[in-house]
Design a protein around this ligand. Sequence first.
Ligand SMILES: *Cc1c(COP(=O)(O)O)cnc(C)c1O
Length: 395
Amino acid sequence: MLKLPIYLDNHSTTPVDPEVFEAMKPYFLEKFGNASSRTHSFGLEADAAVKYTRNQAAKIIGADANEIYFTSGATESINFAHFGIAQSYSFKGRKIITSQIEHSAVLDSFHYLEKKGFTAVYLPVDTNGLVNPDQLENEVSDDTILVSIMSVNNEIGSIQNLREIGRICKEKNVLFHTDASQAIGKIHFNVNDINADVVSFTAHKFYGPKGIGVTYIKNKNPKIKITPLLYGGGQENGIRPGTLNVPNIVGLGKAAEIMMKNFEEETKRIKKLRDKLAQLLLDSLEDVHINGGIEHKVPNNLNVYFEGVKSETLIMNIREIAVSAGSACASASIKPSHVLKAIGLSDEAARSSIRIGIGRFNTEAEINYAAETIIKKVKEIRKTSPAYILHTNQD
Ligand SMILES: *Cc1c(COP(=O)(O)O)cnc(C)c1O
């Protein structure tokens, strides 16, 4: 028997892997030491656990352990990167560049920097959700200090041309930051391949706990200087002070370990499920569109526009299937998704689209059930949708 509801919103967060949870448990109870208290075994075992995760976190992105800084999540990591770079490098210039489809953590910190006198450029994207590297190259001027472009989009799953973006930044001597929150565990990601200077990601997008993230800060050729957001104890080289969240850090390390072990098998399996779901929807329904196309996407993403079907109505009618309209952070608001607008959808189309994120624990039976339910409900809703009836009569 299928267990309901079915979770298909893995871009918003992922469940903690039971193995991750087991690994974390002792660090709440017996091994509760402060990782900075190296005068006794409690502190030493906590410190050893942190060291282990620092190595794991470095390994998954091809970095060195001394380039890893633990934060409270991607939001903090992104703010830390942007504000830290803006402060440290404003002597060089005050122009900063990003894209129109970033997560609100990037867009809002850019808006704040604009208020502080920086000039921000928001690059458009094509219908696949991709930034044009030539356009980026043209925008980079002598006073540009930062390019922040996400690796993988959280709504439509588009994978940017990171190598090319990194190459341009390196050639033009501009710092390259990337929000890799949706990339870890979905694509091969290596900071050296893409010339990234600063990277942000978060454990809860790859089956780790919420509230723990990483900022990678390049340590050589050249060493990147970032002004801290916080002041306090000397933790994390004094750049990110505060008592380390050891249980969460242990969870991040375990999640990284499991991700690396299963990467090839898991991405293949999830892609098969995603492709099957897309096929079922396209075969059984008319006037269905995959937003952003399917070729430039990570394997777990499907963002679908059903003509004549408001996403709120659909979501209300498929309560046993957890999907979202747009991103989690925006789903409380009624504004159409800025990402879908940026790839060229009308307000109407953007409001008739849902995001599906397939994950590690989804089964083929769940995908079949989800497809069946969605198809049935879309047909029902369309029968009473004036917009859709009008549109089909015109054809
Ligand atoms: C989830 C997510 C974030 C925010 O991460 P938190 O750890 O929840 O702060 C930022 N960017 C992207 C692309 C995300 O998917």
